[in-house]
Write a protein that binds this ligand. Structure first.
Ligand code: ZN
Length: 488
């Protein structure tokens, strides 16, 4: 078998795991949960075994020593397969097992600690997870600091120092924009007419809109879950999920727009290369750029709602007589929240800057675990002007650390920045801008297909942005977007 055959076989195993994982989050009857966990663990172990096997190593070496020809895609595939193989095999099986059992213990402890707002109960687990993260980082190797090695799992070839410099340069401006947005929003007193907004009507509208922006229902579905996500079960099978709130139809709709953004990316990847780097997504920061682009840049725009508000009014009679301007004010409302997942566009990145700084200090050993709550509260107060009421609404709110997901948070903000830069670049084409202003997004999607989706994981994220937009990653388009939203 060639390395490509093996990579494709690995994709069969991984996507089978994705199918039963999707089922677990949507339709699985509760009594089946325990056996389902065994099925998932078994498949994941088979996948890991294959991707770290001697046969895999040999096939990769054979491909590397063969004449590469002049196909840049093939060269990029081999380079990325080598990077992934090295990362996977640098960790001994014993360490992988130790990390997995530590994080499953930590997840339970975190859920309990959060419920009781009891950081001390989670602290020993966080210490263990940090030790494990540093142990892994040492084995993977890094140019400057352990965080580099962790970030590389999500955003390859991105330096921590560069992200830190970016966040430092943004913090002042983001804080000023957020204050302005929150003040302007409060003055508008945003509201939505009271529900109920029936689930069946929400489902009709969501599906109509998802199809209109280009989501292919012949190669995908929308189902219901408690925590919305998008998952790919095969080269022509992309599943979105959302949840419904009958008092506010925009909650499921914006969930669908976000996940459909991820889904459009997955549906736009080269299907014939499924399982190879060239047929997969490149990074979380690029993935999130696609969801944020459709959710925020399109979904909260005037043009979008000039077109779709009549359809919403047809589905929900209580909107009749509720002015579009007021509805847009509601969609763009802004407030300082203690909770990241409740934050709006204008305040979101402040939450990320806080987490990134703390993670980095923890990993570098300059912040002790027992000092995390105080450091969180101080950092939060400096950014938001008030202190969270307790650790449950502060340093215990996110699941990421308990899963060992250190180094993850930064990718959310990178996604926001990338979304704005890509959208601004696409709109420099007058035909794309004119069509988008009529809520016809086919030309925009075609641009994303060509400039982002078609590349799969053959380019580093920063190179992809540079090639697509004509300039290196640049925060200015994002700041301009936020300023405009805040009414600067
Ligand atoms: Zn997302």
């Amino acid at each position: 078998m060639t390395i490509y055959d093996m990579a494709r076989e690995h994709a069969v195993i991984a996507s089978s795991g994705a199918i039963i994982g999707w089922d677990q989050e949507t339709y699985l009857p509760p009594a089946a949960a325990e056996f389902r966990a065994r099925q998932l663990a078994w498949l994941s172990a088979r996948g890991h075994e294959l991707a770290t096997s001697d046969a895999w190593r040999k096939a990769l070496e054979d491909a590397e020593s063969a004449d590469p020809g002049d196909d840049p895609k093939h060269t990029a595939n081999l380079r990325e397969l080598r990077r992934r193989f090295d990362r996977a095999t640098k960790l001994p099986t014993e360490l992988v097992a130790r990390a997995s059992s530590a994080s499953s213990l930590a997840k339970h402890a975190w859920a309990e600690a959060r419920k009781n707002s009891d950081f001390a109960a989670f602290a020993p687990h966080l210490r263990t997870l940090l030790d494990l993260a540093r142990e892994k980082a040492d084995l993977w190797g890094y140019p400057n600091e352990p965080y580099d090695a962790l970030l590389d799992a999500y955003e390859r070839n991105t330096s921590t120092a560069a992200v830190a410099a970016l966040f430092d340069s943004l913090q002042g401006e983001l804080t000023a924009i957020a204050r302005q947005a929150v003040e302007a929003s409060a003055a508008r007193n945003p509201s939505l007419p009271p529900g109920p907004y029936p689930v069946a009507a929400q489902q009709r509208l969501n599906a109509e809109i998802a199809a209109a922006i280009g989501f292919d229902f012949n190669a995908g579905r929308i189902d219901t879950t408690t925590h919305p996500f998008c998952t790919t079960l095969g080269p022509r099978d992309v599943r979105l999920t959302t949840r419904y709130d009958e008092s506010d139809f925009t909650s499921s709709l914006f969930g669908v727009l976000h996940e459909a953004g991820h889904g459009l990316y997955e549906q736009g990847l080269p299907a014939a290369d499924f399982g190879l780097p060239s047929g997969g997504s490149v990074s979380l920061g690029i993935h999130e750029s696609q969801s944020r682009l459709w959710e925020n840049h399109i979904g909260r725009s005037d043009a979008f709602w000039h077109h779709w508000y009549p359809a919403a009014c047809r589905e929900f009679p209580q909107l009749a007589g509720f002015p579009l301007e007021k509805f847009l004010g509601y969609l763009r409302r802004s407030a300082f929240s203690e909770i990241r997942v409740e934050a709006d566009e204008s305040t979101y990145d402040l939450h990320i800057i806080l987490r990134f700084g703390l993670e980095r200090r923890m990993l570098n050993g300059t912040l002790a675990v027992e000092d995390v709550p105080d450091a969180w509260n101080e950092g939060f107060a400096a950014l938001f002007g008030f202190t969270p009421r307790d650790d449950r609404h502060g340093c215990l709110q996110d699941i990421h650390w308990s899963m060992g997901g250190l180094g993850y948070f930064a990718t959310y903000s990178l996604g926001n920045l990338n979304a704005a830069q890509l959208h601004a670049a696409a709109r420099r084409d007058p035909a794309i801008a004119a069509a988008s202003d009529r809520a016809d997004y086919a030309p925009l999607l075609a641009w994303l297909r060509e400039n982002v989706h078609a590349h799969g994981a053959t380019l580093d994220p920063a190179d992809l942005i540079t090639r697509a937009t004509g300039s290196a990653p640049d925060p200015q388009p994002y700041l301009a977007h936020l300023r405009q939203r805040a009414g600067y």
